[in-house]
Design a protein around this ligand. Structure first.
Ligand code: PMP
Length: 444
């Protein structure tokens, strides 16, 4: 037919993709069997793929889209900025104004923008090292903090590698990780206060920062306890180490980030995801005296730090509009929708009568198959090989029924969503739970 555009199918595209991209993907997140799905366009909380299938997006680019897709105010602001230029070897006003905004919102003295969460965590670790003059970091077993060698250690620990819980092994993620990297990382069990303190005490005087995510996704998406955070805070005060929060995901949980959950404050905070309004972003922020190590004004910064696209004006324009729209009432409303979603998913688990539980807070949740009570630690939460297969079946069922989930069985809400989308989520999950029930029961 004249004017008809022939579109490739997912299979066609993937066949071409594997010829030029390792495994056919640029990020393992989108990889799935038999092939990834390719997007045509998206608006609000609906994503339309290249075959015209529409799905509700509960993944939101791994928790990074707080307003869903193509929010008109963001599109308009970004378009205006693109017309004025996209990147300069000079400063821009938006960089100053957005820094002022985020510092006020998060209670930070200073902030530096980078391009990803990985980079934000890397910069945070380097800042902590320079400030303290120490090389080691402590981090929680199982926590994902991006791809920096040190931040990665023990992220993928499993029963065959993790060792004794009193001395968790330093497990490399990538083959060829230098032994020197492993030697400089102290691994602690998340939310296990006594054990963590015992481990930290063995490294007194050598740790630059204790790095924790206040609600680590990979560990199990349950918040750090007040006791755990207070103990780490107290220990770092006595020891001269810094307390560093990775809020790349959790900044969405409260107006000023999940740090607001705790009576004590971290010295440094890494951010990313939602603060870019849909564009690649990262930032490290914190105390003036600590952030001073980045200051080049006397010609001798302790951490010389640059980045060709850092503080990119397109990103920061999108980010500032997005965060201004995600004001206190919007945060409250979305967190209430999160409470509603968690209770609906619990209800679906009850109705389907399967062994599973729900964790999460704010606008985030995670389903744990095979765990009738919510797990409280990484070793408890980590699914075995068979449960991981069943989880994949659940994700496929959801996709086939118009719901995009995060591949751990997690959900991130966005502001265009209402009770109707939550109803659909729980309806589809109920169907999925019923479909996987025989396999889940056989596993026991
Ligand atoms: N920290 C956390 C807690 C994350 O979830 C992620 C990304 N999933 C990162 C850091 C890394 O961010 P990015 O993918 O933007 O490098």
């Amino acid at each position: 037919m004249p004017g008809t555009v022939s579109r490739p199918s997912h299979e066609d595209l993937y066949r071409d993709a594997v010829k030029v991209l390792p495994g056919g993907v640029s990020r393992n997140t989108i990889f799935r069997h038999p092939h990834p799905l390719y997007v045509e366009h998206a608006e609000g909380c609906v994503v339309t793929d290249i075959t015209g299938v529409r799905r509700l997006d509960f993944a939101n680019n791994m928790c990074s889209l707080i307003h869903g897709h193509a929010h008109p105010a963001i599109v308009e602001a970004v378009t205006a900025q693109i017309r004025k230029g996209t990147a300069f070897t000079l400063g821009t006003e938006i960089e100053v104004r957005y820094a002022e905004y985020l510092c006020e919102r998060g209670g930070f003295d200073k902030i530096r923008f980078v391009n990803s969460g990985t980079e934000a965590v890397m910069a945070m670790i380097k800042v902590a090292r320079a400030f303290t003059g120490r090389a080691k970091i402590a981090k929680a077993e199982g926590a994902y903090h991006g791809l920096y060698d040190y931040a990665e250690v023990s992220q993928t620990s499993g029963p065959s590698t993790w060792g004794d819980i009193d001395h968790p092994a330093r497990v490399p993620v990538a083959r060829g990780t230098p032994q020197g990297v492993l030697d400089d990382v102290v691994v602690i069990p998340f939310n296990d206060t006594e054990r963590s303190l015992q481990i930290l005490r063995r490294h007194a005087g050598t740790i630059a920062c204790v790095l924790i995510d206040p609600m680590p996704h990979r560990i199990g998406f349950f918040p750090a306890t007040h006791e755990f955070v207070a103990a780490l805070h107290e220990w770092t005060r006595k020891d001269g180490a810094l307390l560093a929060f990775d809020e790349v995901i959790t900044f969405r949980c409260e107006y000023g980030g999940a740090q607001q959950w705790f009576p004590v404050r971290p010295d440094l905070v890494a951010m990313g995801k939602i603060i870019g309004g849909g564009f690649p972003v990262g930032a490290v922020a914190g105390r003036d005296d600590v952030m001073k190590v980045l200051d080049p004004s006397d010609g001798k910064p302790l951490v010389p730090h640059s980045g060709t696209f850092s503080a990119n004006p397109v990103t920061l324009t999108a980010g500032k509009v997005a965060m201004e729209l995600f004001d206190e009432p919007a945060v409250t409303r979305l967190n209430e929708l999160g409470d509603h979603a968690r209770s609906q998913v619990w209800e679906a688990i009850r109705v389907a009568d399967i062994p599973a539980s729900v964790t999460g807070a704010g606008s985030l949740l995670r389903v744990h198959l095979g765990k009738p009570t919510p797990p409280r630690g990484y070793r408890e939460a980590l699914p075995d090989a068979e449960t991981t297969k069943i989880l994949k079946a659940m994700l496929d069922y959801a996709l086939d029924n118009g719901i995009i989930l995060i591949n751990t069985g997690s959900v991130a809400l966005s502001t265009p969503m209402t009770g109707a989308e939550i109803d659909r989520l729980s309806e589809v999950l109920l169907g999925a739970f019923r479909a996987i029930k025989p396999r889940l029961s056989a596993r026991e």
